[in-house]
Design a binder for this molecule. Structure first.
Ligand code: ADP
Length: 248
């Protein structure tokens, strides 16, 4: 496998009772890139995303991450290899503050067993690391706010912070801009750019101007198949892509 490729899928296929939702997809994500998966509704993006994050088992095909065959691995095991999917909002503890949520994610990652005897020093370390992560995602002023009370866009930023606490090498984001105001979109876009400075990001995203702004490479899916791949300039001019979007 090309050493520059961090995640690679080949022949990826998913059938639901005979209906082929993802058909023989080949995907190669370059290390350090921001790669977007786009396509009209029903194209198979979510299914593909769920296959890559192992929330669904493929009917056929192989997925490799950093040279490991992860096709049969569980999500928790691939997370340990550094491939992490952003949490759903429901995974953020609503009654805990933003700071507590990040601190707990850090403690989990580092195998802290919530030991009654852990030292003040260790606790202080988690606290200061959590504060640094909150600052990274622009949430310092919300540190003491309960997650349930955060504005929507800030909740998504918290979700990214708790994901970053797991120290991923590669981050998979499922529609990070869904339901956001333009101000949130601008903030999360610059966060994703910063996150991607030393990581790989693969995202499913509907908002094409976000895709144009952020992505190095775009894979366009339609009817479960790869229709086109390349940078935004290339794929946005591809007549098959235009037709798939107009015809959708
Ligand atoms: P997208 O995310 O691009 O909108 P999806 O991956 O959600 O597309 O869906 C692709 C196709 O697979 C759709 O036709 C959808 O109805 C079908 N599909 C998705 N999940 C299931 C499922 N669990 N059972 C049956 N069909 C499904």
């Amino acid at each position: 496998m090309n050493g520059d490729i961090i995640l690679e899928a080949s022949g990826l296929t998913k059938e639901f009772r005979g209906f082929v939702a993802v058909a023989d997809v080949r995907l190669a994500v370059r290390r350090g890139s921001i790669h977007a998966l786009i396509g009209p509704n029903g194209a198979g993006k979510t299914t593909c995303f769920n296959l890559l994050t192992k929330f669904l088992q493929p009917t056929r095909g192989i997925i490799r991450y950093k040279g490991h065959d992860i096709t049969a691995m569980a999500p928790a095991d691939i997370a340990r290899l550094g491939l992490v999917r952003s949490f759903q909002i429901s995974a953020v503890f609503p009654n805990m503050t933003a700071l507590e949520n990040v601190r707990i994610a850090l403690q989990r990652r580092r195998g802290d067993s919530f030991d009654f005897w852990r030292s003040e020093k260790v606790l202080a370390r988690f606290e200061s690391d959590a504060q640094r992560l909150l600052a990274d995602v622009g949430l310092t002023e919300f540190a003491a706010t309960r997650a349930a009370e955060l504005p929507y866009g800030r909740k998504r930023a918290l979700e990214i912070a708790t994901t970053l606490a797991l120290e991923p090498e590669m981050l998979l984001l499922d529609e990070p801009m869904a339901g956001m105001t333009q101000e949130d979109i601008d903030r999360i876009s610059s966060l994703i750019k910063r996150v991607a400075a030393n990581r790989t990001v693969l995202m499913v995203e509907h908002n094409l101007s976000v895709v144009a702004d952020l992505s190095d490479t775009i894979t366009v899916l339609a009817r479960g198949q790869v229709l086109a791949e390349g940078d935004y300039e290339t794929v946005s001019k591809d007549p098959r892509v235009i037709e798939a979007y107009i015809g959708a």
